[in-house]
Design a protein around this ligand. Sequence first.
Ligand SMILES: Cc1cc2nc3c(=O)[nH]c(=O)nc-3n(C[C@H](O)[C@H](O)[C@H](O)COP(=O)(O)O)c2cc1C
Length: 166
Amino acid sequence: MKTLILYYSKSGHTRDLAAAIHKVIGGDMSELKSQRKYSSSYGMTILQAGLDKFRGRIPETEPVSFNLNDYDVIFLGCPTWYFTMAPAMQQFLSHADLKGKHVFTFSTSGGSPKKTLEDLRMAVEKRGGTMEEQLQVSYKKENRMTTQREIDQWIRKAADRLEFLK
Ligand SMILES: Cc1cc2nc3c(=O)[nH]c(=O)nc-3n(C[C@H](O)[C@H](O)[C@H](O)COP(=O)(O)O)c2cc1C
């Protein structure tokens, strides 16, 4: 089974998580990039993204270099933005064909993920994917609140599930 780990990350938390998953699961890894030029300042990004949300605007993502058809298993990761998945992942999931694919999702938040996992699940299923395990990792500023043990356990569970699916 061929695996792709695809993530969007603005400030690095989700990228770190993707790397930890990749270390155990292997497969290909790719970063989703937004065409929206967000500020390097957290506060400004909050304003930019808030304005987009208010206007109902979901910025385009950069073209991707992989072919989704090549993969049976997809890990999708993104931060929570405004209580749901970040717009880049919304954009990707608005058109991705996930039929016949096993999908795992992981997300990071500042402690209020609210509907992020539920919305990821709904979007994955709408695109025809089979939702497998989901992970939510919380941060308080730069400190991770979710323990390394919890993360390791989740990755191990995902790896076991992949063994079973083989
Ligand atoms: C525009 C924006 C909106 C955010 N909205 C939320 C939110 O609704 N709930 C929350 O818990 N954290 C929120 N956060 C915090 C991020 O989810 C958190 O810092 C995440 O770990 C960032 O991931 P990254 O480093 O991969 O970009 C927001 C951050 C930004 C930039």
